[in-house]
Design a protein around this ligand. Structure first.
Ligand code: B12
Ligand code: SF4
Length: 665
């Protein structure tokens, strides 16, 4: 057997997504495992290769330890985004230097930054150029056979130019061409792939595991590199594949957050129905072991797609990340983000929150139509809509995107460094608003949104808007309780009675009040339902006749009942539940309902209220959410504090101060 060393380079601590500063509270080592590498390992011939994974985000190894592992391996396989580039360069300059093990790099760094690695423009690129032997563009599956053949032929490292695996057509198209995005010979069917090699990691080190249900996206945002290597149309897995992958995660013993890492979860609505049904059925059969989160386009809120939201709720989605980017339609038009103009982002946010799904969002500052005022508008939008996690960054032109080529043609691209971390990047183009405005606006956004005070206020607004759903496993585990106690000790106790502490306790008090209010409301709803049924049921023999008022009441009861049957009756298949609901709905519309069915609806509706009541008993869902957000806020607060300090000291966000020579036409 050949030995393959899988290497996941380190993410910088000071980024929103690293969650480094809260790992000690939740007693995990990293937020997510490197899914790309685990998937790649599963695709390789299992009877020829054995793998070991080194995830530098879980723990650092000494240079000697790493060198030994590299020397003892037949090949090193690294997978990275650009934000992990520094760590990869350190590995190649340090422990790998002088060894003869070949290195293969895949993932978005290889796909998007291939040109600068093949044709180095700075010292970092040169290290990658010399240190890497193979670059793999796009998904791994099309290249597995050829990669193995070449590794067999040339099993040692060489300082010469790496070999680039890339489809001929992609290589030959002009730089930002999007003509090949629909080419189905490049973007192959996506189903039937093996499950990731979870056995290569200790799942207990990670906050969440991952599942990819689709790849690609039907939109054409001008800054997006995802479609350039994942395709401009959605490819979906089938329900059977999704169930198998969920089972594989379940079999690791892991319970908790599962990130469906689709580029756009709702890019292919028809396929999503099948996938969501598979997810829901799996959750029901296993008492909802997972809490899902994903990313989706804003059009999820439009009338023709909104029916997916209750399906996502039933499957157990807790969070959705939306690319809002900018509240100004002019900026969106320039980004070719038309979907955000056609559907108002605030409507999609409201719809998800009403269905108990938290919205996180990405914002981009620095479009040509932006001014210093845009920074205030972004802050305003985030605050008004209760978006607690508002990941804001400056515009980043990624290579091979239309944005990149446009800026290049206008002479506005600063290729000094392409960092790709949204809170600490060198500005890579000359902004029309001027460098000073970009810097002060970005600073303003970070300061305004990520002070502890602001975050407590936003958390309060968010919990007030979230209508918690029952598609969750409400038991708190010991880890969560301890995390809450640890953060309570940090945020609530000690020191003088500061305004931050007052904000913290205000949030917790409000959360407890909301839990109590919901409990009271559910008690009274249960009582009302009981007396209504006593009256209706007692009067009826075989059939119940419904007038307009009754039909309304029954429709409401039926929606409670439907949720309860999905959540609490796994013995009934999902289709059986859907058929039952459909039958009753039709009967209600006709005004006559068999008594037995009415009784079933009533009983299930009671069960719904009973299940919901449990969510608000101490520590209720609002309090748990408030504590969770406070913990995450520690991370955001620390990252932003570091970034602001660096920016104020003139390090960090490096801005060109030279006058702009070329303006766009
Ligand atoms: C999930 C995800 C995350 C997750 C998880 C990251 C993790 N631990 O892997 C989180 C939310 C943490 C995250 C964060 C960020 N992300 Co992100 N993320 C994604 C997303 C949506 C999916 C990635 C994924 O898991 N796909 C599924 C797996 C199976 O696919 P894959 O990783 O691409 O792997 C396949 C191939 O690439 C290849 N492959 C992968 N590795 C290897 C290795 C070898 C040797 C070979 C041969 C092949 C190979 O084979 C795999 C199977 O086909 C992508 C979008 C995308 N489609 O790439 C963005 C993406 C990777 N993220 C991106 C960015 C910029 C970020 C952030 C920097 C955002 C920010 N501005 O702060 C942060 C950085 C993280 C940090 N800690 O600092 C960019 C990267 C751009 C680039 N070209 O470098 C992407 C492409 C999105 C985008 N354009 O905005 N991200
Ligand atoms: S919606 Fe997201 S994935 Fe789709 S093109 Fe736009 S940025 Fe890319």
């Amino acid at each position: 057997m050949k030995k393959g060393l899988l290497v996941a380079p380190e993410f910088p601590a000071d980024s929103f997504w690293s969650f480094k500063y809260v790992m000690k509270y939740i007693r995990r080592k990293a937020p997510f495992p490197p899914l790309g590498l685990l998937t790649f390992a599963a695709l390789m011939p299992q009877d020829e290769w054995e793998f070991e994974l080194v995830d530098l985000n879980v723990g650092r190894l000494s240079s000697q330890q790493l060198r030994k592992k590299i020397q003892d391996s037949d090949t090193v396989f690294a997978g990275a985004m650009n934000v992990q580039r520094d760590s990869l360069v350190e590995l190649l300059k340090g422990p790998a230097h002088g060894t003869d093990t070949p290195w293969v790099l895949g993932g978005p760094l290889a796909s998007t930054y291939r040109s600068s690695i093949m044709d180095p423009r700075n010292e970092q690129d040169a290290v990658l150029h010399r240190g890497l032997d193979y670059l793999v563009w796009g998904e791994a599956s099309p290249w597995i056979a050829e990669l193995n053949r070449r590794l067999e032929e040339t099993p040692t490292h060489s300082d010469a130019s790496p070999f680039l695996f890339i489809p001929e057509r992609v290589l030959n198209e002009p730089e930002a061409s999007r003509k090949y995005l629909q080419d189905r010979s490049i973007f192959e069917p996506f189903d039937g792939l093996p499950s990731p090699r979870w056995d290569l990691i200790d799942v207990g080190h990670y906050r969440a595991l991952m599942l990819q249900t689709t790849a690609g996206c039907r939109f054409r945002c001008n800054f997006c590199d995802i479609i350039q290597f994942n395709g401009g149309f959605p490819r979906a897995k089938g329900g059977t594949d999704v169930t198998r992958e969920l089972q594989a995660i379940y079999d690791t013993g892991f319970r908790g957050g599962v990130f469906t890492v689709d580029d756009n979860f709702v890019s292919e609505p028809k396929a999503m129905e099948e996938i969501l049904d598979a997810m829901t059925e799996f959750q029901r059969q296993h008492d909802y072991p997972f809490e899902f989160f994903t990313q989706a386009s804003i059009d999820l809120g439009k009338e023709s797609l909104a029916y997916l939201v209750p399906l996502m709720q039933q499957a157990g989605f807790a969070t959705v990340f939306l690319g809002i980017e900018n509240p100004d339609p002019a900026a969106l038009r320039q980004m070719n983000k038309i979907q955000n103009i056609k559907t108002a982002p605030k409507d999609t946010i409201g719809l998800l929150q009403k269905n108990g799904i938290e919205v996180q969002a990405g914002f981009i500052f620095g479009a040509d139509t932006d001014t210093r005022q845009t920074a205030d508008n972004i802050v305003d939008f985030v605050e008004k809509n209760g978006v607690f996690s508002a990941m804001t960054g400056t515009l980043t032109p990624l290579p091979h995107t239309p944005l990149y080529v446009e800026l290049k043609e206008q002479g506005r691209l600063l290729e000094a460094e392409l960092a790709c971390n949204n809170v600490d990047d060198t500005v890579q183009f000359k902004p029309l608003m001027g460098a000073d405005n970009l810097q002060s606006g970005f600073l303003h956004i970070l300061e305004s949104l990520f002070s502890q005070q602001a975050m407590y206020g936003r958390a309060e607004r968010l919990i007030g808007r979230l209508d918690t759903h029952i598609f969750t496993n409400s038991h708190l585990d010991m880890g969560q309780v301890l995390a809450a106690l640890r953060s309570f000790a940090r945020q609530g106790l000690g020191g003088l009675w500061t305004k931050e502490q007052r904000g913290y306790f205000h949030l917790l008090r409000r959360a407890v009040q909301l839990d109590r209010q919901f409990l009271r409301d559910i008690h009274s709803e249960t009582r009302n339902l009981g007396s209504y049924w006593d009256k209706m049921g007692a009067a009826a023999k075989n059939y119940i006749e419904l007038d307009g008022q009754d039909a309304k009441r029954f429709a409401e009861m039926l929606s409670y009942a439907q949720d309860a049957l999905v959540r609490c009756r796994p013995d009934m298949g999902l289709t059986e539940v859907q058929d039952f609901v459909q039958r009753v709905r039709e009967a209600v519309a006709q005004g006559v309902l068999p008594r037995a069915e009415a009784q079933s609806v009533y009983e299930a509706a009671r069960e719904y209220l009973h299940t919901k009541r449990a969510l608000f008993q101490f520590p209720g869902s609002h309090l748990v959410k408030a504590l969770e957000l406070s913990i995450v806020g520690i991370h955001y607060g620390t990252v932003v504090e570091h970034v602001l300090t660096k920016m104020r000291e003139g390090r960090g966000l490096t801005l060109s101060t030279e006058p702009m020579s070329t303006r766009p036409v």
